[in-house]
Design a protein around this ligand. Sequence first.
Ligand code: ATP
Ligand code: MG
Length: 313
Amino acid sequence: MADRTEVVRVDRLVKDFRPGFGVRRKRVLHGISFGVRRGEIFGFVGPNGAGKTTTLKVLMGLIRPSAGSATILGHDVRETEFRRHVGFLPENPYFYDHLSGREILSFYARLCGVRGSERARRVNTLLRWVGLSSAADARLRTYSKGMQQRVGIAQALVHDPDVVFLDEPMSGLDPIGRKEIRDLILRLRAEGKTVFMNTHILSDVEMVCDRVAIIVNGRIRYEGAIEEFLQTGDRDTDIVLSGLPVDAATLLEESVAAQLRGLGERIEVRVSEKAVRDVLRIAMEAGAEVVSLTPHRVSLESIFLSAVEGDAG
Ligand SMILES: Nc1ncnc2c1ncn2[C@@H]1O[C@H](COP(=O)(O)OP(=O)(O)OP(=O)(O)O)[C@@H](O)[C@H]1O
Ligand SMILES: [Mg+2]
């Protein structure tokens, strides 16, 4: 289980890009801060263009921040020595497709200094681990997208890192492929690894992540447990009533700002959570029957949309 120790710390990170000579610089990260705890699956979530990959590139030491700092396992990301404890799956990785899965993994294992018979053993273990043993000697060009992504994850694990960074590990996969990757990520956590993943696929976030940071237009909108996030805010509730007299319906619209919708004999009333008691009282007193009551969860979609609209306005 996750302890409180922070494995990744990002502090007031700013990144400006200069698109070209004489062109105004563009601020992509506006001083973001967040932390990833040991042993958790951390989702870095945001819509396209939010700054997820840019942040990950800073963490991987591929680009330099304009201001602020980032550390992994207590080391500044500009250091190199600690990198052997870090695995990385880039966004849309490309592997030579005339090589087999076994050859690719062997190649990366060699790069990481895994030698001789130990290398063959490691590669076999990884192939088994990602479920590619039977396809190990087929060329990558014959692999499905899901299989290629599993090779990518195996590649990120060749040196048995403590922390694994995955940029959009489920993108472009069908539901089965996504489930396979989700299961692998959960197994990484079970083995005590810390996983950082970038994603904009909200259902995957809900299924695997322990905590998230939500980034929109280069600013963090939320950091914390996903359940807490989904429970916050004033949620709408739908109440379906039958036998509601017209005057009671009017009263509902006027007194609690309910939105009413006819469903044949029934009426659906949408109100904010805090008005639910009043609606039930008015309905019961008018002799109506309560058919159902459905609280809506705040969805990540709605947060994305409102944040994006907020920024535009
Ligand atoms: N080298 C660069 N030069 C100029 N602008 C860049 C550069 N790299 C990224 N950007 C811009 O920075 C913003 C954030 O891009 P980034 O790739 O980090 O987003 P993202 O959250 O990973 O999006 P996606 O979900 O599409 O992968 C975008 O507006 C992008 O156009
Ligand atoms: Mg990206």
